[in-house]
Design a binder for this molecule. Structure first.
Ligand code: CTP
Length: 407
């Protein structure tokens, strides 16, 4: 994950170097953007050396360099690449510019161009902070959804005492982690995730499959990684890019998926079976392409191996096993029946006929079904948010295992 770190011209600019380190410690890639004023306090070289990326300040390239197309559209590329933007320290001036939509340097242009969440940590003289104009501008940012980390009280560089000191870099880093849902509540866990569809061949050119995109499973893998788990992802064919830093094993058929899952499952403490496994395969795969001259074609299908049922059957006491139930009717009844029959710890039920739920959608509408009969329905939300809800339930289930079993 990538974070933009905006540094503006205040004495506290040097503290941004420490903040950068804290962000990096949690695996975040940091792109530093400095205002011209910030360069009077810290040199770009410091941030470039620490972050491993060149520091950006101006919209049309730096120094003597001729403006070029790359530099002219760089703010858009950075805006799209970052998952969050944190501005620390943020001066009264930059806060005022942002509140009014002014974009006269790279940082303020980036603020307008990005859809990523923005965190602002102001630092300034107490009178400037308490000035009605600054307070009004900060309020404007809050109502627009910016997270503002209040400055702290204390001795200020100008010799005065009062509110205006940059909040501690730990507090600021924590706000970034919360925004990005970077936690470590799954540290020490090994999570096996299945994703995407499988394919069952009919002849050398045709196969049976389903509409699964793999998005739910990939979101689970990504969310598990962000929360500190080691992730093993077994994926059927999808058009998705493999989440960075996660080892993915690609498979096509149900038998291949089963083989990969059984090879990894003993290491896993949590199994999340999000794959839409093809339930039926032709009894015979034709070696030659089936010709259409024959008219009506009858294909006999046989059930494939239920990987989830088999994983649950071989389960170790410390494993948490989560299944999915993609349904088109009687959703909760069917999900509860699957949970009972396959002896699962949790089933994630969804009605794939609802708009905004199921296969190719970026969102999902799910209900968590627990073995004690509890159900937790949720509103429509992104698949990444659904993934975090599922993982919250996993953390809760793991905490109920006795320590001896958990190990
Ligand atoms: N599953 C599996 N292997 C299969 C079929 C399903 O591991 N051959 C897993 C899926 O990954 C999912 C769960 O079982 O976690 C439910 O899959 P689903 O197809 O909805 O249910 P089935 O148990 O196959 O029942 P049915 O198709 O009758 O609804």
């Amino acid at each position: 994950m990538r974070v933009g770190l905006g540094v503006t011209g205040g004495i506290a600019a040097y503290k941004a170097a420490e903040l950068l380190r804290l962000l990096q410690d949690r695996g975040l890639d940091v792109q530093v953007v400095m205002s011209a004023g910030a360069r009077n306090f810290v040199t770009p070289l410091t941030f470039a050396a620490l972050s491993g990326h060149k520091v950006i300040s101006q919209v049309f390239g730096e120094g003597e360099q001729e403006p070029n197309v790359e530099s002219a559209i760089e703010h858009i590329a950075v805006a799209q690449a970052i998952d969050a933007l944190v501005i620390a320290p943020a001066t009264a001036n930059v806060i005022a510019k942002i509140a009014h939509g002014i974009a006269d340097d790279f940082l303020t242009t980036l603020v307008l161009a990005t859809k990523a969440p923005i965190i602002i940590a102001p630092a300034m003289n107490v009178d400037m902070w308490e000035n009605a104009a600054t307070q009004r501008n900060v309020e404007v940012l809050r109502t627009r959804g910016f997270k503002v980390i209040e400055p702290e009280e204390g001795y200020l560089a100008c010799g005065m005492t009062g509110a205006g000191r940059l909040a501690s870099v730990n507090t600021i880093a924590q706000a970034v982690f919360e925004t990005l849902q970077v936690r470590d509540d799954l540290k020490g866990e090994t999570i096996l995730v299945t994703a995407g569809p499988t394919e069952e061949a009919l002849d050398p050119v045709r196969y049976l499959t389903n509409r699964s995109s793999g998005k739910m499973g990939y979101a689970l893998a990504e969310a598990s990684q962000r929360r500190g788990a080691k992730v093993l992802l077994v994926s059927g064919p999808t058009r998705l890019q493999a989440p960075s830093g996660i080892s993915v094993e690609f498979v096509r058929t149900t038998a291949e998926m089963a083989e990969a899952v059984f090879r990894h499952v003993d290491q896993a403490t949590v199994v999340l079976m999000a794959a839409a496994v093809v339930d039926f395969a032709p009894t015979k795969v034709q070696t030659e392409k089936i010709k259409k001259q024959g008219g009506l074609l009858t294909v006999t299908l046989k059930p494939t191996l239920d990987i989830l049922a088999e994983v649950a059957r071989r389960r170790k006491p410390h494993q948490i096993i989560v299944g999915f139930a993609a349904e088109t009717g009687q959703v909760l009844e069917n999900a509860a029946a699957k949970l009972r029959e396959k002896q699962l710890d949790l089933t994630v039920a969804n009605d794939v006929t609802q708009p905004g739920a199921g296969f190719d959608s970026d969102t999902n509408i799910v209900t968590l079904v627990f073995p004690d009969g509890r159900t937790k329905p949720f509103e429509k939300m992104s698949k990444l948010d659904v993934a975090h809800l599922i993982l919250n339930a996993v953390v809760e289930l793991r905490s109920k295992l006795t320590p001896a079993v958990r190990e």
